[in-house]
Design a protein around this ligand. Structure first.
Ligand code: COI
Length: 332
């Protein structure tokens, strides 16, 4: 029986792994994220399946290779944690799930945007502190009068665009290679998007060395002081220090994010206090609450998305077993 060790499996996902296991793989479900400390749990497996927060760097790939494992697939879209040079050298195949329910991340991005746009974060913070005044800073626009800018109009960005459009917002998008068939958005250049948008939402992949700090101080300076920035992609695509500063200086009105820097040290972990979070920049950013709101990288965590992640991963394995090639090999 083909054995797959699966890392980062949450309790609520186990029934889905069992239900979707139509090829009858032997599944070794491990709740912890993959690290050098627990890589040996994969010994004796034919393949490994990871998620977006797992360590698939040099040491881990070498250890897996030493156990004879040549298939290290991920059920995430993002593949930024892989050391591809090492994977290629060792002949390790990588596949991902490029298209699980795009509404999962899109809906969370939309909610983060709307929460800040309508000043719900500061208002609820204040009411829970006993302050029920209607403060001038809650005075808001309405979304049907607003402009939303989507940076990266792939499937998730387009799904979010449609949510906003359904509420009457004007939706602009910036994409290096715009898809002329995408009529959910109006493609514009980056400067136009930055200057005109009331909510800006980022949906670009993180490619280390290429998409770092795509939105940094120069871009923030071009945004409206009333604008909201939303990031459900990856922490490093935004200059987090510059964002914290821009929120503090009222250069932008708020930042909603599902992703932080150094996520491997925070993802799925519980700290006693915020001060125990290891990355100083993450800490500084979060101290700007309630105008900076952070969710714990849970955009993917919906029943449809996790169902797609698991079933597409199984199709990747089955295709590799039968043809030598996964359905979704990672191009590089
Ligand atoms: C991805 O699919 O790339 C994500 O960000 C979600 C992952 C952490 C499960």
């Amino acid at each position: 029986m083909f054995k797959i060790t699966v890392y980062s499996v949450r309790e609520v996902e186990i029934p889905l792994f069992d239900k979707l296991n139509k090829y009858n793989y032997e599944l070794n479900l491990v709740s912890e994220r993959l690290t050098m400390q627990n890589v040996a749990k994969a010994k004796g497996s034919d393949a490994v399946l990871v998620s977006g927060g797992d360590d698939t760097g040099k040491d881990v790939l070498e250890a897996l290779n030493s156990y004879g494992i040549k298939l290290v697939f991920t059920r995430s879209v993002g593949v930024d944690k892989y050391d591809f040079a090492v994977a290629d050298k060792l002949g390790i195949k990588v596949a991902n799930v490029p298209n699980y329910s795009p509404r999962a991340v899109a809906e969370l991005a939309f909610i983060l945007g709307m929460t800040l746009f309508r000043h719900v974060a500061p208002a609820t913070y204040n009411t829970h502190m006993g302050d029920f005044r209607i403060l001038p800073e809650y005075f808001a626009n309405e979304i049907h009068n607003a402009t939303v800018g989507i940076i990266g109009a792939g499937s998730i960005g387009t799904a979010e665009a449609k949510l906003y459009k359904a509420l009457g917002a004007k939706v602009l998008a910036f994409q290096r290679h715009p898809d002329p068939a995408n009529d959910a958005v109006e493609f514009v250049d980056m400067d136009t998007l930055l200057a005109k948008s009331d909510i800006i939402s980022i949906h670009v992949p993180y490619i280390p060395g290429k998409t770092d700090n795509l939105v940094g101080a120069p871009e923030l300076a071009k945004m409206k002081s009333s604008a909201i920035l939303v990031n459900t992609a990856r922490g490093p695509v935004v200059d987090n220090e510059a964002v914290a500063q821009a929120v503090r200086d009222f250069k932008i009105a708020g930042y909603g994010t599902d992703v932080l820097l150094d996520e491997q040290h925070v993802m799925d972990r519980q700290f006693d206090t915020l001060d125990d979070v290891p990355n100083q920049i993450d800490k500084d950013l979060m101290k700007n609450y309630p105008n900076v709101i952070v969710t714990p990288h849970m955009g993917f965590f919906t029943v449809p998305a996790v169902t797609d992640m698991i079933s597409t991963s199984f199709e990747n394995f089955e295709s590799t077993i039968k043809t030598g090639k996964p359905v979704h090999p990672v191009e590089r």
